[in-house]
Design a protein around this ligand. Sequence first.
Ligand SMILES: [Zn+2]
Length: 343
Amino acid sequence: MRDLSLLPKAHLHLHFTGSMRVETLAELAELHGIRLPHVLLDADPLVVPADERGWFRFQRMYDAARACVRSEADMRRIVAEAAADDAAEGSGRLEIQVDPTSYAPYVGGITPALEIVLDEARAAQAATGVEVGVVVAASRMRHPLEARTLARLAARHAGDGAGGVIGFGLSNDERRGETEQFAPAFTIAHRAGLRSVPHGGELLGPAHVEEVLDHLRPDRLGHGVRSAEDPRVLARVVEEEVALEVCPASNVSLGVYPTAADVPLRTLVDAGARVALGADDPLLFRSRLGDQYRIAREEHGFDDHALADLARSSITASAASPATRARLLAGVDAWLATEPTQD
Ligand SMILES: [Zn+2]
């Protein structure tokens, strides 16, 4: 077995607040005089059932954490630490997802909120060597017109260079909102050259995946794991070359699957889907990027060649610059060429 933290990879599914270190959250809460629910600071991952009550509980925890992010300095710290943590886990490319709406009140609007994230993404890239791109994500819980506003903001900051917006997403409870109504926002994003990276096929099954494929023309799906429940839909995902951002620990925490071994990783990979493992919200799930690769190894029996393929998939599914892509892919080959150590 080889050291997974040395395997070069790309991290394509990580939310801004959800990326926070527990210690950072505790410090920000202290700084702003906020009392947090105990479960946010203890050592255990959040586990909720996959129903609306479960999602509500998850959302409440997420909101409580987000309420501790109240300044430009807080926001910069989150991006800097996310990149540093990714670097420590072998990631050479991070695409961090943010809905600037929540932070706008503290920094003077959604435009400065996004610009702070982009500026710090540039700084974090310079400091860590991890190439950082940003995904602007709208919420299904809000009016589709708000998604259009965010798409226009994202479009104005579109760019594949350091500190550019590379994609547009849609997150939150899949049972809420009409997917079709978010199509105009994604059209705005498409026209600006942004990748379409909505969540889909997490809480809802294959029919929802098809809805997202039909209306939002995704380049990647956040999760998409439940396309495994219908071979025809999974074949369509493969055929349309939609990559899947699979987050096993998140799926277990949110009750989508009872255990990490139940996540249909093997089914997706065997069908030819391009899978990029991601941590989603390590703050709540207590499981970072490297842990997802460990799950693939320990729960799904992926050997080092198969793990290297997962890493390659994450890199090719990313919006990394050609130079970074080539460097990371060469790094994967070099990792495989090292002698495995027994442990
Ligand atoms: Zn997510």
